[in-house]
Write a protein that binds this ligand. Structure first.
Ligand SMILES: C[S@@+](CC[C@H](N)C(=O)[O-])C[C@H]1O[C@@H](n2cnc3c(N)ncnc32)[C@H](O)[C@@H]1O
Length: 281
């Protein structure tokens, strides 16, 4: 399993085997993923052609920096070793200095540093677009073993990205705009949609509202191409009525998957939920 060094809410690490099991043969088919997040689904499916996007510019900048080699495993190691040692010496003040520098420079290296040393591994921005998550309060966050782990993750992902050259395209945009960037020659596409879950993920760049979800689901049910959609079916308290509203037709398959969320401070967000994969094939 390829694991990303970037932590995101709603990361699909645990259900990647379920996704891989249902992904059709992708030879000469364009893989389109408009809610990329950590990128782990992409890296594990490892398609020949990919058009992937997210509206979080920091995620996209990070992967573009690996693609154009402005970041290498060696650069990551040096950055984390130097700044990890300062964090250990100076504690939380240093974290907040790094956070300030990141908000001024938008540098992918600072992004990685914060992503791996902030509270609960969450990614949250204020309405000026500034990263505002507090420190995890572990001065020794970047112990040698963690740095090695992160560097190995970066190295593997960079190798995968570079193998594909310009057959993989990373774009920062709203999901509604992704088709504008499709200049591939492929005749067919497979979409993988993993949007934020309504009422569950409230800390993304923009809130994911009922209206946005409705617009997305209406678009998905009208697609002629094959798609896979990740979503939640139910938790201990309620069921996701949107699934029944949009995907009750026989032409859609709903595959339930048991899964557990680790990210999220509130008890509600830590409850087991029944997730599902929905397909039209
Ligand atoms: C559930 S996460 C995807 C997780 C990903 N599948 C993974 O395994 O890491 C949803 C992603 O959608 C992005 N997003 C939220 N609203 C968006 C929008 N309107 N357009 C594009 N991306 C959006 C978020 O930044 C987040 O990275």
């Amino acid at each position: 399993m390829v694991v990303s060094p970037i932590k995101t809410q709603g990361k699909k690490t645990k259900i990647i085997p379920n996704i891989i099991e249902i992904v059709p043969e992708l030879k000469d088919i364009l893989y389109i993923e408009p809610f990329l997040g950590s990128g782990e689904v992409l890296f594990n499916i490892n398609p020949q052609f990919a058009l992937v996007s997210d509206n979080n510019i920091h995620i996209i900048n990070f992967y573009k920096s690996l693609q154009n080699k402005t970041i290498t495993p060696q650069i990551v190691r040096e950055f984390l070793e130097i700044n990890g040692a300062k964090l250990q010496e100076q504690g939380c003040n240093f974290y907040y200095e790094m956070r300030k520098k990141f908000n001024e420079t938008q540098s992918p290296l600072y992004f990685l540093f914060l992503n791996r040393s902030c509270f609960n591994g969450v990614m949250r921005f204020n309405n000026k677009g500034e990263f505002n998550v507090p420190f995890c309060n572990k001065d020794n966050r970047f112990a040698k073993a963690l740095i090695t782990k992160i560097v190995n993750q970066v190295s593997l992902i960079q190798d995968i990205i570079l193998q594909h050259g310009d057959k993989w395209k990373f774009v920062c945009c709203d999901w509604t705009q992704i088709e504008k960037y499709n200049d591939f020659d492929c005749k067919k596409s497979l979409y993988y949609f993993d949007p934020p879950y309504v009422e569950r993920h409230s800390t993304y760049f923009d809130a994911w509202t009922e209206d946005k979800n409705k617009m997305l689901f209406e678009h998905i049910i009208s697609l002629k191409e094959k798609f896979i959609l990740s979503n939640w079916l139910s938790n201990n308290y309620r069921t996701n009525t949107h699934i029944d509203t949009y995907f009750r037709d026989d032409k859609f398959n709903i595959l339930p998957i048991e899964h557990f969320y680790h990210v999220g401070g509130k008890e509600l967000n830590r409850n087991a939920i029944l997730e599902c994969l929905i397909t039209n094939f």
